[in-house]
Design a protein around this ligand. Sequence first.
Ligand SMILES: Cc1cc2nc3c(=O)[nH]c(=O)nc-3n(C[C@H](O)[C@H](O)[C@H](O)COP(=O)(O)OP(=O)(O)OC[C@H]3O[C@@H](n4cnc5c(N)ncnc54)[C@H](O)[C@@H]3O)c2cc1C
Length: 491
Amino acid sequence: MKKITTDLAIIAAGPAGLAAAITGAEKGLNVTVFEKSSVPGGTSNMGMGPFAVESRIQKEAMIGLTKEEAFKLMMDYTHWQVDARMVRDYFWKSADTIQWLEAMGVRFAGALKYYPEGHATWHVVQPADGSHPGPRCASTMMKLMYERALELGVTFYFDTPAVKLTRDGEDIVGLVAKGKDGEEYEVEAAATLIATGGFGDNPEMIKEHCNFTFGKDMFNFRVPGLVGDGLRMAWEAGAGKGNMEMEMIMSTGHVHMLAGYVYTIAMQQPRSLIVNKEGKRVMDESVLQNTAVTANVSVRQSDRCLYVVSTDSHFDLYRKQGVDWVNGVIKADYTADAETWMQKAMTQFPGEAVIADTPEEAARLMGIDVETFMKTVAEYNESCALHYDDLFCKDRRFLTPLEGKKFYILRLVPGAYGTLGGIKVDSHYQVLTPDTKKLYGLFAAGSDVCDLYAGTYLYYLPGNTMGFALNSGRLAAEQAAEFINSLETVA
Ligand SMILES: Cc1cc2nc3c(=O)[nH]c(=O)nc-3n(C[C@H](O)[C@H](O)[C@H](O)COP(=O)(O)OP(=O)(O)OC[C@H]3O[C@@H](n4cnc5c(N)ncnc54)[C@H](O)[C@@H]3O)c2cc1C
């Protein structure tokens, strides 16, 4: 057993853990980080960038959203079911966090929206190699944060997961971690901070706490190692349970795993028709751009799925004039191979994707009620002819009839970036017991405590979970430093 003494022990080196480590070290603390995987950066290595409001970048781009407006939007959207102080402190800190990251050498390509109705809050990281920003570009930021932490003297142990917290009376006084070689590390720490990113790689926990079955009605990203260690350790040490949910988005299930969502984007356009298993329309298809909201629609349907229907005429139109929905991630040229990918998907996953010569045949092969579906298609085509959707008020620009020589159907199922919440904390990231008493010396940040959306990720303010991870990491470390200083004052 190796013994380590440190001021601040941090469990994990994702964005929350790294932000906390840098902040702790900037405040003069001796900081030690224990990370389960062999690299820093966590899930953010897959992402593109964090939320901020009123940043220098936004001001220079004449983006006028204020933090007050963003706060009101968030609180209205969530019906004030979330911690208003936590939202406020996070939003008010977010612009400073962008400047703080820039001082470490992080460059941002700009502040983007995710879809037209949203706000430009998504600070997309400029990749180090100068390439166009796209999926995984935030890994550049994670590398620079790690280098900054090293520069400040933070000690890292990789391949060394924390396995339990050490409790002494009402206080958490450190942790036990296990190295790759099996050696145990007994860590004595004035304060400990958990940031293990949730339980997205733990189907049993997802079933128990969120009631989804991975591979059936849930196709979330499973980032290896995110099995809920932080939640389990905190609960075992006496912490209360916080609200737990999936960070829901719409997925194409197994097809996504085959093709990646980018190749099926031609299907996921507002001109497509969407029906449920009974063959009925259940939404304005242009809402599909808000992937979190679409997931909500699908959860209400039989088998928790939707079917998106398109035709070769739609595809021809996209080839001529481009797709209607593109953004920083979804590029117009991703649609070029759509038919090839639909063909591959149909062969490998019958029942999840199909190409047929008639709408009847396509619906039959997908197990959709054919009679109702054909009625729906006729009604929908009539709405297109009238340029008016009496059912769901779909924007008339997207009312293109479902006609053609080939009919494509793709099944849509709930997915998720990961999980949210689980450890009960107060507005200052202090971990609490089930009866709301402080577990002194224990703080938590990032996805392990993220309970900000009241069930539906707020796509109007994109970049929100990475933004929360970074800002909550900073704020939690500031609280931990204050706590450590108070111990020293008492001593
Ligand atoms: C494909 C994809 C794209 C995304 N893009 C964006 C985006 O552009 N913007 C945005 O806002 N959000 C995005 N997200 C979400 C965002 O990446 C996460 O919300 C964020 O990374 C969460 O940060 P975290 O520090 O809480 O946890 P994570 O980043 O998940 O890091 C958790 C860390 O904990 C470690 N760990 C686990 N158990 C232990 C243990 N026992 N001991 C030690 N270490 C442990 C893990 O190895 C990991 O390194 C994306 C997610 C995905 C899947």
